[in-house]
Design a protein around this ligand. Structure first.
Ligand code: ARG
Length: 484
């Protein structure tokens, strides 16, 4: 990409290598449709308030509409300029001559880029919410399928308590529910019209920002131009939402990677998603889940990069800000790439019920259940019951048998309250079903949790549908093009 001319500003003689180094055009290509939507809305407003004569507005609108409708995919026509704003202006000037310059009335590239980025985040948030909704549905479906599977849950990566498969999957759904909130918040932060503050301090021309706000479907207009042109908080919020979502995806992935190893053996990967080794013919690798985890790393880096970028800037606009966009583009791509593939992954793993059950049965995981049964039946103080069951576990370990195999006589010798009824709590099958407290793993409780996930999916979709899509906004602005 050799850039040596700035036609839009009248051929300013910049060193070609300087222009190449400082141009944001390569990254800005992604923002072409956002920029055209902003220009079309701005133009309509200028025409409405009488700053651009009708025929000129008509001619400019036709050119902008053609670019939006016909040339938005193949960008070869984009002239080599400093950025997408200048490239479009150069193109308009080529077609319309001096009249093209009317469009930049009461506008600066500073408020223009702030607009493009906000439209991008709003659209990215809309798409992310739709993907999260679909993923919540997929997780709910998995939770229902595996409602009665029993497996160990871990604390400190040591077997802790028996849980159900439904509970296991619903946990990840609960995390994704928070991502709905995070993306909705990021969208709400982006949902503010920056256009109309000009370069920084507003304009003496009689513009109507409220008109532009309505045309672009924003909820409000920005409060203060000095703040507006340097504000990238909405990018931070969006990138944070994406980075955090990717950590949730990464944690599901880690459990699947671990659980599908021979060491755990709880999950089996279907052949359709198991990758091979070029050397070891026996391997069935969980590459999909490793990459779902690995792709989040760069997004965390992008968030830090954005924070570093905005953190030292003076008030107003600084050209440094041009280095912002790769972070949000990448954040969106990571989320929109990961969630569909996570759903593919979820549909292609199955629990090995026997292995899971054996892991519970052999590992004294019902110790807490027995202690709680003692508390319930004999009103034993929990700490006393805890010690008695500790001794019971020790006995079982010494005999190398599971807790369920300790005899009534052996138990009674430790504490008479460890009677047959109390010991019945050692049955791993009943352990999960007894955890009926709110948020617990009993299947009836998990059914409630899954119902919440399904409601969250509906809510996420409703939120997404309330966000005006870029297509719809562009179509409405282009449609205002008067018939020839
Ligand atoms: N290319 C710039 C960016 O992407 C647009 C704003 C430039 N403003 C300026 N006065 N040079 O952030």
């Amino acid at each position: 990409l050799v850039i040596a001319k700035t036609k839009a500003t009248g051929g300013t003689a910049l060193l070609p290598e300087l222009l190449a180094y400082t141009s944001s055009l390569a990254a800005d290509r992604t923002l072409l449709r956002e920029d055209l939507a902003g220009s079309l809305a701005h133009l309509t407003m200028l025409e409405t308030v009488g700053l651009v004569p009708k025929e000129d507005a008509h001619a400019i609108r036709l050119e902008l509409s053609t670019l939006a409708e016909e040339h938005a995919r193949d960008l070869a026509w984009l002239p080599d300029e400093e950025d997408v704003h200048m490239a479009i202006e150069a193109r308009l000037t080529e077609k319309l001559g001096e009249r093209a310059g009317l469009l930049h009335t009461a506008r600066s590239r500073n408020d223009q880029i702030a607009l493009d980025l906000r439209l991008f985040v709003r659209e990215g948030g809309r798409l992310a919410l739709t993907e999260i909704a679909a993923t919540l549905e997929a997780i709910s479906a998995r939770a229902k399928t595996d409602r009665d599977v029993l497996l160990p849950a871990y604390t400190h990566r040591q077997r802790a308590m028996p849980i159900t498969g439904g509970f296991f999957w619903a946990a990840f759904g609960a995390a994704l529910m928070r991502d709905v909130d995070a993306f909705a918040f990021a969208v709400s932060q982006a949902d503010v019209l920056p256009l109309g503050v000009g370069a920084i301090a507003g304009t003496s021309l009689p513009i109507d920002r409220e008109n532009v706000r309505a045309l672009l479907g924003f909820s409000k207009i920005s409060l203060n131009g000095l703040d507006t042109v340097g504000d990238r908080d909405f990018e931070l919020d969006f990138t944070f939402a994406a980075a955090r979502l990717m950590t949730h995806v990464g944690r599901i992935a880690t459990d699947v990677v671990d659980f599908s190893s021979s060491e755990f053996g709880f999950l089996k990967l279907s052949d359709a998603i198991a990758c091979g080794s070029s050397m070891m013919p026996q391997k069935k690798n969980p590459d999909l889940f490793e990459l779902l985890r690995g792709k989040g790393a760069r997004i965390t880096g992008n968030l830090l990069g954005l924070l570093a970028l905005v953190g030292k800037l003076p008030s107003g606009y600084g050209r440094d800000l041009q280095e912002d966009r790769a972070s949000i583009f990448d954040a969106r791509d990571a989320v929109l790439g990961a969630l569909p593939m996570l759903r593919v992954g979820l549909a292609n793993v199955t629990f090995d019920r026997a292995r899971c059950l054996a892991a519970i049965d052999n590992d004294y995981m019902q110790a807490t259940d027995i202690a709680e049964a003692m508390v319930l039946r004999h009103k034993t103080p929990f700490r006393t019951a805890y010690r008695a069951v500790g001794a019971l576990v020790k006995t079982a370990q010494e005999m190398s048998v599971p807790l369920s195999k300790v005899t009534a006589a052996q138990a009674a010798a430790i504490d008479a309250r460890l009677d047959e009824e109390v010991l019945a709590a050692a049955d791993p099958r009943s352990s999960a079903s007894r955890k009926t407290s709110a948020g617990g793993t009993a299947p009836a409780r998990v059914d409630e949790q899954v119902a919440e996930l399904e409601l969250a999916a509906i809510r996420a979709r409703a939120l997404a549908e309330k966000i005006p899509s870029l297509d719809r906004i562009l179509a409405s602005l282009v449609a205002q093009k008067p018939q020839k």
